[in-house]
Design a protein around this ligand. Structure first.
Ligand SMILES: NC(=O)c1ccc[n+]([C@@H]2O[C@H](COP(=O)([O-])OP(=O)(O)OC[C@H]3O[C@@H](n4cnc5c(N)ncnc54)[C@H](O)[C@@H]3O)[C@@H](O)[C@H]2O)c1
Length: 269
């Protein structure tokens, strides 16, 4: 397929390196004819390799810490200038927990860091939506997507405070989706993605085990970052105009499986 997103303009948050889901999504959207600006936190721009992606996509990079209202206002204003008009899509592909980074257990949370986790990984989604609404930056039928994980619904021992961040993220998609849909016909959804080998994913201890477990529990296997990019492209297209306020499972069937033959064979003595 090509040109699914021809004429559409947007912003992609969260491409750090070539493993990032946002990186693969940028390449896919470019291939489908979409135009966009790329953004990430200033520190990530220094540490990552986003300029390589910017060159490949002919996209401008605009730094923004997604927790800063000032940075977000600047990002939306500049993106409209650079792209020559209002926007049709926004990808929020952002997650970070200082508690996970520092290896803190769930019974020993640092609450300052806990608040940071919520601010960066969830509240930032509200800030993005509010900034875009205040600047009237989105066209009617625009599509906004954030990436979630099934730890919003089920307990995972090492996902700690990120589980609450994802639950809040999904809740913001419903609440803001209702408001934005009514006011401006803008769609807001989260995609709940399989475990994926990226910097954020592999930073969680025990990642390899739950990656393998999810693979065995999913009739189709784990969805890759490329699969996720394809799904996001469809969610940004006009083929999903009536989909909003949803948490969309993109997990090869994991979330609907009780157990699979694969696991039964593996666990049988
Ligand atoms: N990898 C997985 O297993 C998995 C599974 C389900 C959902 N997700 C979600 O997908 C999204 C993308 O993660 P990824 O796996 O591609 O990893 P990644 O590490 O490549 O991306 C995370 C991004 O968040 C950015 N970020 C952190 N703090 C920021 C801030 N203050 N302002 C702006 N950006 C900031 C980072 O710089 C990075 O680019 C996250 O929301 C993550 O929780 C990942």
């Amino acid at each position: 397929m090509a040109n699914l997103l021809k004429g559409k303009k947007g912003i992609i948050f969260g491409a750090l390196d070539e493993n990032s889901i946002a990186w693969k999504t940028a390449l896919k959207i470019k291939e489908e004819g979409g135009e966009f600006t790329l953004t990430n936190a200033p520190i990530a721009l220094r540490l990552g390799t986003i300029n390589k992606l910017a060159e490949a996509c002919n996209a401008q990079v605009i730094p923004a810490d997604a927790t800063s209202e000032t940075d977000l206002a600047n990002l939306f204003t500049k993106s409209m200038e650079v792209l020559g008009g209002k926007l049709d899509f926004v990808l929020h592909s952002i997650g970070m927990s200082p508690n996970i980074r520092k290896g803190k257990e769930y019974g020993d949370m640092n609450y300052e860091w806990y608040l940071k986790t919520l601010d960066i990984s969830a509240l930032s989604f509200h800030k993005v939506l509010q900034a875009s609404e205040k600047l009237d930056a989105l066209n009617e039928w625009a599509s906004v997507v954030a990436l979630s994980y099934i730890a919003a619904q089920r307990a995972y021992p090492d996902y700690t405070d990120m589980a609450q961040a994802k639950a809040m993220l999904e809740s913001i998609a419903r609440s803001y989706g209702q408001r934005y849909g009514t006011k401006k016909k803008v769609r807001v959804n989260t995609i709940s993605q399989s475990p994926t080998k990226t910097t954020a994913g592999t930073g969680i201890s025990g990642f390899d085990v739950f990656f393998d477990f999810a693979e065995m529990m999913s009739p189709l296997g784990n969805a890759s970052a490329e699969d996720c990019a394809n799904y996001i492209a469809v969610m940004f297209s006009d083929y999903t105009r009536m989909v909003t306020m949803q948490n969309l499972m993109h997990d090869g069937g994991f979330s609907s499986s009780g157990i699979t033959n694969n696991l039964i064979e593996r666990l049988s003595r």
